[in-house]
Design a protein around this ligand. Structure first.
Ligand SMILES: [Zn+2]
Length: 129
């Protein structure tokens, strides 16, 4: 008995012609019933990241993306929030490939810009020494 317990749902993107899939694992039947992705798949409405966040998917015609977080002060500390959505949620610590930032290290109003830049082999210059 080495099979992983629980339930794995294979979601297939419902966008016409798209074949992207993703697997979601639920430990219990209750989680399976309440799981957003599982419900979307049952309804035939699950969408892959290409079709839920197309502006964030890097591509030849979308080689750079940028995301801005703003430092806000609340009664229980400082948090990073998505610019333009300063009333929603927040995190005291954010991280990704190549960066980490504690909100408490910076004054309220600080902007954190996270940029990704794609360079295809044909666009790269000579390597530097
Ligand atoms: Zn898709």
């Amino acid at each position: 008995m080495s099979a992983r317990r629980g339930y794995t749902v294979r979601c297939v993107c419902s966008f016409p012609g798209c074949k992207e899939t993703s697997f979601y694992h639920y430990d219990t039947q209750r989680e399976l019933c309440e799981g957003t992705a599982a419900a979307q798949q049952r309804a035939g409405k699950w969408l892959c990241v290409r079709h839920t966040s197309p502006a964030e998917v890097l591509a030849e015609n979308n080689p750079t993306t940028s995301h801005v977080l703003v430092n806000v002060e609340l009664e229980h500390g400082r948090f990073w929030r998505q610019e333009g959505h300063e009333q929603v949620g927040g995190s005291g610590f954010v991280f990704g490939n190549g960066y980490k930032a504690y909100a408490k290290d910076f004054p309220p109003g600080t902007r954190l810009t996270i940029t990704a830049k794609l360079e295809l082999p044909s666009q790269q210059g000579e390597p530097h020494e």
